[in-house]
Design a protein around this ligand. Structure first.
Ligand code: PMP
Length: 429
């Protein structure tokens, strides 16, 4: 038995499913999850001392690679001064100034401790600001696990929400309308009918929680126009895309200005951090300035601010995102060539330093249905072959992949060599 197998068996005695977040359990790919004990640069090292090129990066935060010395130093320096005060610090103001400087749509920002808190709070704020209850989200988009957002659509466009998780009261879920991603017509129709009841549209500007689906041309522009026409707050959930697709997030990359934005992952540099912010007139509705309540014992935690600030400063250097995107494109080209050579139908998507891999006959991936039509069984076999070859992909066919600036030539060749063998094995059947 490997140490990961032993540890997983033990973990399941007191942790539901042996994990503290479900996708870690490898249910999407089968087998035993790897237990990691160390991470450095582009690599994670498991409990059996095997090293993998990491394309998960803690699900996005580790854009600099793991254990970047300047980030660790910033945390160590803060460590000498205490872990948490529950009172304001200069670090928080530095962070707010930096975030608002990098993302021009943000006049003000509030720090929280996770992406879930950021989106949950932004939704409450949009409801409080507009005095409307209904929200619109898109099928296949994930915005954390708060009740309003754990709702997915039936196949109809304008249907009342149905809870996708037991425990979310139907009376609550009915305030969430779910529409098909990249379908502007569905948005126009819905807003024409019930626009005056809608507080906000929340969208992942690049969908990263149904594998990786970039916005169709005109989709984000159309959302902006529709929100303006109906007095609806447009929320970009940039928890995944923020500081990754471009330094200023997907909103900078696609040139669309949302009213509110949510961030997580990179903004904490690997520590538990999220934030939400946007237009001053909306943000001033938050307590203590306004009546919409939101709070957090550990919000703006000094260690977390130190890690996040160091990370954001390092990724601000000129050329960082071009380099990240270039590695990602070269890696995806290399995969495509090897899949083609092996005769395996394969499609990739990319937005800067995030990407999607599909075993699919489609020419391109645009909709949730395109994603669902891809061959998840084939992905499972590919995933395990890649693991054998020393490459750690997200353990699900429905998650985006992430690169870091620590990924270079050596990692490219490990990845492509492993892929060549993996595609060949798939071709043998
Ligand atoms: N929004 C998006 C777009 C996400 O990808 C995630 C998490 N992957 C969340 C919100 C929730 O963030 P957290 O897991 O930090 O609560």
């Amino acid at each position: 038995m490997s140490r990961s197998e032993t540890l997983f068996a033990h973990a399941q005695k007191h942790i539901p499913g042996g994990v503290n977040s479900p996708v870690r359990a490898f249910r999407g790919v089968g087998g035993t999850p790897l237990f990691f004990k160390h991470a450095q640069g582009a690599y994670v090292i498991d409990e059996d001392d095997k090293r993998y090129v990491d394309y998960v990066g803690s699900w996005g935060p580790m854009i600099l690679g793991h254990s970047h010395p300047e980030v660790l130093d910033a945390v160590r320096k803060q460590l000498e001064h205490g872990l948490s005060y529950g009172a304001p610090t200069a670090l928080e103001t530095e962070m707010a100034e930096l975030v608002c400087g990098l993302v021009p749509s943000m006049d003000m920002v509030r720090m929280v401790s996770s992406g879930t808190e950021a989106t949950m709070s932004a939704i409450r704020l949009a409801r409080g600001y507009t005095g409307r209850d209904t929200i619109v989200k898109f099928e296949g988009c994930y915005h954390g696990h708060s009740d309003s957002l754990l709702v997915k659509a039936g196949s109809g466009a304008l249907t009342l929400g149905v809870p996708s998780s037991p425990g979310v009261p139907a009376a609550f879920a009915k305030h969430t309308l779910t529409l098909p991603y990249n379908d502007l017509g569905a948005v126009e129709k819905t807003l024409a009918e019930v626009g005056r009841d809608i507080a906000c549209i929340i969208v992942e500007p690049v969908a990263g929680n149904m594998n990786c689906v970039p916005p169709a041309p005109g989709f984000l522009e159309g959302l902006r126009e529709q929100c303006d026409a109906h007095g609806v707050v447009l929320i970009f959930d940039e928890v995944m895309t923020g500081f990754r697709v471009a330094l200023g997030g997907a909103q900078a990359h696609y040139g669309i200005t949302p009213d509110l934005s949510t961030f997580g992952k990179i903004v904490g540099g690997g520590m538990p951090v999220g934030c939400f912010g946007g237009k001053r007139a909306i943000m001033e509705c938050i307590a203590p300035l306004g009546p919409v309540y939101q709070a957090g014992t550990l919000s703006g935690n000094p260690l977390a601010m130190a890690a996040g600030l160091a990370t954001l400063r390092l990724i601000g250097r000129p050329g960082f995102h071009a380099e990240l995107s270039d590695y990602t494109a070269r890696m995806l080209d290399g995969l495509q060539q090897r899949a083609d050579a092996a005769g395996i139908p394969f499609v990739t998507t990319q937005a800067g330093g995030m990407f999607g891999l599909y075993f699919s006959e489609a020419d391109e991936i645009v909709t949730f249905d395109d994603v669902m039509a891809s061959d998840a069984e084939r992905f499972k076999r590919f995933f395990h072959r890649m693991l054998e070859g020393g490459v750690y992909l997200a353990p699900s066919a429905f998650e985006a992949g992430f690169t870091s600036i620590a990924h270079g030539e050596a990692e490219l060749s490990i990845t492509l060599d492993a892929a060549e063998r993996a595609f060949a094995a798939l071709a043998r059947g």
